[in-house]
Design a protein around this ligand. Structure first.
Ligand code: C5P
Length: 408
């Protein structure tokens, strides 16, 4: 995942302690903001000797917090909340003094109190004179902090502001950004489907009778949309071809909206090639030879509606050929002899897997939130029966199963 994707929307609490390197923290704020981070800053008394609250708040576009005893700040946001409303706490520069206080658990100002009260990970970017950095006290403090899981970036070696040469320069802002991104990369869920394209159909189709009327079915699109979201969460590039639904667009999926079965097939074919296709749409089997004008009541009885067969999208995608997805998954909604009928459907349509579910009256599946599912693989010879679960869980399980298929 790119730094941009990892950092976008992340909340950073940046503690700026005393040190000449504090000017580099202004640059750090800019780089983080550019990447979509929300940066809230705490400036220690020492830090404010090097950078002003005004420049920090101008760059962070947030109020700067400086004083543990500020009644206004505590009324607006207590220091505990300040320390928790972040995804990561960064101390840059981290002076020898603040490292010592952190190691000892002191809490005599806002920065150290927030550090003691936080339940979030902490990253320090030390900056100090080389003799202070190599001093056994600092060594011991850093060892203690690292043993507690505090993360560290730097310090670098080189010329120092004090005229000496050696380790103690704060890492460059972009190196700190990289360390922050590395932290979020470790936290990010695994993305076993990264690099794969998944095509998902969802929802009902609407088949017009005339320009104002259509037939539809009761599919809500919940299951298909949940599958699209679950595949995207595992890193797949997802194209969701959806009939008319009230479901919100799933995060991370490119959504193509269609109405009829023929439009759905055309959109699917245009989206190929795909590595995996999951057909969860309830596609109408029949369409009308739709009238060009609205059918009128007057004139001798009900109209004669002529039906034509719709394309079978699942069967079409399953057909052997150069653009056949490597894995094609269908759904089978059955009201009786569920496994037998689903197995026959798998073979008839030529897909690789079928998720069979019982939609007998009273099962509450259509439009409902839960689904009792059996996964048929290997020509329908292998059956996994999954416990009844919410449609989101079924989708997550299917996505995991697809990931397993592609990674083993
Ligand atoms: O034949 P039946 O409608 O029961 O098959 C269900 C499966 O076939 C589902 O995966 C559904 O999305 C797919 N299907 C399709 N195109 C059709 C009919 C069904 O893709 N015209």
């Amino acid at each position: 995942m790119s730094d941009l994707a990892l950092l976008d929307g992340k909340r950073i609490l940046l503690i700026i302690s005393g040190g000449i390197a504090a000017y580099k923290s202004l640059e750090l704020i800019r780089r983080l903001k550019e990447r979509g981070c929300r940066v809230r800053c705490v400036l220690t008394a020492g830090g404010s000797k090097f950078v002003t609250p005004l420049s920090v708040s101008a760059l962070s576009e947030e109020k700067v917090f400086t004083d543990l005893w500020s009644l206004t700040d505590e009324a607006e946001m207590g220091h505990i909340r300040l320390s928790r409303e972040a995804d990561l706490v960064v101390v840059a520069p981290a002076s020898a003094d603040i490292l010592a206080k952190m190691a000892a658990g002191l809490a005599d100002d806002l920065a150290t109190t927030a550090l003691l009260a936080t339940d979030k990970a902490v990253l320090v970017a030390p900056a100090m004179n080389v003799m202070m950095w190599v001093h056994p006290a600092t060594r011991a403090n850093v060892t203690t902090l690292e043993a507690r899981g505090v993360r560290r970036v730097g310090p670098d070696s080189g010329d120092m502001a004090c005229g000496e040469v050696g380790a103690g320069r704060m890492s460059e802002p972009m190196a700190i950004v990289a360390a922050i991104a590395a932290f979020f990369a470790e936290q990010a869920p695994p993305r076993p489907l990264a690099g794969l394209h998944a095509l998902v159909t969802s929802g009902p189709t609407h088949e017009p009778i005339d320009p104002v009327r259509y037939i539809a079915n009761r599919s809500s699109g919940k299951q298909g949309h949940a599958v699209a979201a679950a595949l995207a969460r595992l890193g797949a590039r997802v194209t969701l071809v959806s009939g008319p639904t009230h479901e919100p667009d799933p995060a991370g999926a490119a959504v193509l909206r269609v109405e009829t079965a023929r439009e759905m097939l055309a959109a699917c074919e245009a989206a190929l090639p795909a590595d995996v296709a999951v057909c969860a749409a309830a596609v109408a089997d029949w369409r009308f030879e739709a009238a060009g004008q609205k059918l009128k009541k007057e004139g001798g009885g009900p109209p004669r509606l002529v039906l034509a067969e719709n394309p079978d999208i699942l069967a079409t995608l399953s057909r052997p050929g150069p653009v056949r997805p490597r894995l094609v998954v269908g759904f089978a909604a059955e009201t009786e002899r569920v496994l037998e009928h689903a197995g026959a459907k798998l073979r008839r349509k030529g897909c690789d897997w079928i998720l069979a579910n019982d939609v007998s009256p009273g099962s509450g599946v259509f439009g409902g939130d839960s689904n009792a599912v059996h996964l048929l693989t290997r020509d329908g010879n292998d059956v996994e029966s999954w416990p009844r679960a919410g449609k989101d869980e079924v989708a997550a399980r299917l996505a995991e199963r697809i990931a397993l298929h592609f990674t083993t």
